[in-house]
Design a protein around this ligand. Structure first.
Ligand SMILES: *[C@@H]1O[C@H](CO)[C@@H](O)[C@H](O)[C@H]1NC(C)=O
Ligand SMILES: *[C@@H]1O[C@H](CO)[C@@H](O)[C@H](O)[C@H]1NC(C)=O
Ligand SMILES: *[C@@H]1O[C@H](CO)[C@@H](O)[C@H](O)[C@H]1NC(C)=O
Ligand SMILES: *[C@@H]1O[C@H](CO)[C@@H](O)[C@H](O)[C@H]1NC(C)=O
Ligand SMILES: *[C@@H]1O[C@H](CO)[C@@H](O)[C@H](O)[C@H]1NC(C)=O
Ligand SMILES: *[C@@H]1O[C@H](CO)[C@@H](O)[C@H](O)[C@H]1NC(C)=O
Length: 451
């Protein structure tokens, strides 16, 4: 008899253990559901440091039912966008882990896949309003249970970005922070602020644009709007439908990869406030004196550190370029060139930096640069890698029109200044650049005298 009770206890015990490891997961749907359509269901999945990989569905109405949901800790909502195939987003686990690595918080995944998975995009747009209303009720409940709106951060992707905006408006902008990751454009472009995300929706609204010519939103929507590579086409993404299956979503998805890279601090991407991408490429916006001592804003999760200087400016557009794969950050140099050809020369410049066996290259060809006798031409060169201890430089000049006669560029001085280490520029004096021929030389410290 004793043995029987023992056995039963053991059995019950193991059932208990088994249940303790049951996790709630993101709703899995497929194309079939997307075609027949689904009705909205908003599932809230809680992840904490104690339960990094095991989600727990929260009750919308009884918050004390889940003791892990500690309202004295900050809460970050992650809101996905349109899911035309119904499959769960593949970046979910990554963003949950990275957020919890950054801080002790509640991460709430807002799973509105039943609603977002529908081939009828217009229907999904109406569900986005309903989802926002549902979240608003939930956050009111959080408030009643002691949570402060300031400690809430909502990260919305694509259509999810506008959901966070609708919720934020209901709280008159008192929510701490909204981050919009390539906010959706279709059905939102050109709409008034109440029908989309805008800077009054939270105390601080930061936005990144990567696909504004297709799925993304064009105009600035936040206190700071980052336009990665100008905000439309991303390096490494197929430019035409013929050149790859990623054509439809690559640019749009790049925003998520860039954001994840900022969370895990793979490399810091400095962005440059500027009125246009062209001005930025022309090197006209490289000074961030107004943000002293922090310097130019760093894209992504850490931009909150610039909040106090950005909010009074109301809306800031900031630009940066990236590599085509991770690590995405580039390294910027100013290249100042003084020439002494009698006639003004026009052309493109390619520069290579060498340190021992490593080399990194920058091509300045977004437009032809002009070189006028004795006047300084300043160019912005952005390199894939940040080489330490550069000891050799290669430079190539090519004329604009290959049919015109070849000519030489007579360089009096070239000076390269690393934007993060301005105190140690590299120089070289008196070099002759023949058309389309690379010249390699050792760099020397710059002389004090300036042109
Ligand atoms: C993790 O989640 C499970 C499943 O919901 C739950 O039973 C368990 O208590 C959680 N673990 C901790 C340490 O909170
Ligand atoms: C929010 O949605 C969930 C599930 O879809 C539902 O159970 C809950 O009652 C909704 N909340 C409100 C306030 O309607
Ligand atoms: C809320 O959940 C707790 C814990 O599961 C339970 O004790 C309580 O009765 C619930 N309250 C309501 C109003 O359902
Ligand atoms: C909730 O979080 C606060 C702050 O981290 C902590 O001091 C407190 O012990 C937590 N409460 C519970 C019930 O875990
Ligand atoms: C950081 O995130 C990016 C983007 O997901 C990824 O490619 C990279 O490998 C990650 N790096 C580390 C160190 O986790
Ligand atoms: C060259 O730069 C790379 C990247 O910064 C660095 O890891 C390496 O040590 C440098 N090599 C030399 C010889 O300075």
């Amino acid at each position: 008899m004793m043995i029987f009770w023992w056995f039963l206890a053991l059995l019950l015990g193991s059932v208990e253990i088994y249940r303790a490891h049951e996790c709630d997961v993101f709703t899995y749907l497929d194309l079939y559901h997307a075609i027949i359509g689904t009705s909205l269901y908003v599932k809230l999945l809680l992840y904490t440091r104690a339960n990094l990989t095991c989600g727990q569905e929260l009750s919308h109405h009884n918050l004390s039912a889940q003791p892990q949901f500690n309202l004295t800790k900050p809460t970050t909502f992650v809101v996905h966008g349109y899911r035309p195939t119904g499959a769960p987003p593949n970046w979910l686990n990554n963003i949950i882990e990275q957020l919890l690595a950054r801080g002790d918080m509640n991460v709430l995944v807002v799973d509105w896949n039943r609603g977002a998975a529908n081939i009828n995009y217009l229907k999904v747009v109406t569900y986005s309003r309903d989802t926002a209303d549902n979240l608003t009720a939930f956050i009111r409940n959080m408030q009643e249970n002691g949570a402060s709106l300031s400690s809430i951060h909502m990260i919305g992707l694509s259509l999810g970005a506008h959901i966070t905006g609708f919720v934020g408006a209901k709280f008159n902008g008192k929510i701490g922070r909204i981050t919009a990751v390539d906010p959706a454009g279709p059905q939102f472009n050109g709409k008034p602020p109440e029908d989309r995300l805008d800077p009054t929706d939270a105390q601080f609204v930061d936005v990144v644009h990567t696909d504004m010519d297709a799925f993304g939103f064009r105009k600035p929507l936040g206190h700071i709007d980052f336009y990665a590579n100008g905000g439309a086409d991303q390096p490494g993404c197929p430019l035409t439908i013929l050149s790859g299956s990623g054509y439809f979503k690559c640019d749009h998805q790049r925003s998520v990869l860039l954001y994840l890279g900022s969370l895990n601090r793979t490399c810091n991407i400095r962005a440059f406030p500027c009125t246009s991408y062209t001005d930025f490429l022309d090197g006209l916006c490289m000074d961030c004196d107004q943000f002293k001592p922090a310097g130019c804003p760093v894209f992504g999760y850490d931009i909150i550190e610039w909040k106090d200087s950005l909010v009074p400016l109301q809306q800031t557009k900031a630009f940066f370029t990236t590599n085509k794969q991770t690590p995405y950050c580039k390294t910027s140099y100013w290249v100042d060139i003084v020439t002494w050809n009698h006639d003004t020369r026009w052309g493109y410049i390619t520069i290579k930096l060498h340190n021992g066996s490593e080399v990194t290259e920058a091509t300045i060809n977004h437009k032809a640069s002009s070189f006028k006798k004795y006047s300084e031409t300043r160019l912005l060169a952005q390199f894939e890698k940040d080489l330490q201890k550069v000891h050799k430089i290669s430079i190539k000049f090519s004329r604009v029109n290959a049919f015109k006669p070849k000519y030489k560029l007579r360089v009096l001085r070239i000076r390269l200044t690393h934007l993060e280490r301005k105190d140690r520029p590299l120089c070289r004096y008196d070099i002759l650049l023949e058309d389309n021929r690379e010249v390699t030389f050792r760099s020397i410290p710059c002389e004090e005298s300036n042109f």
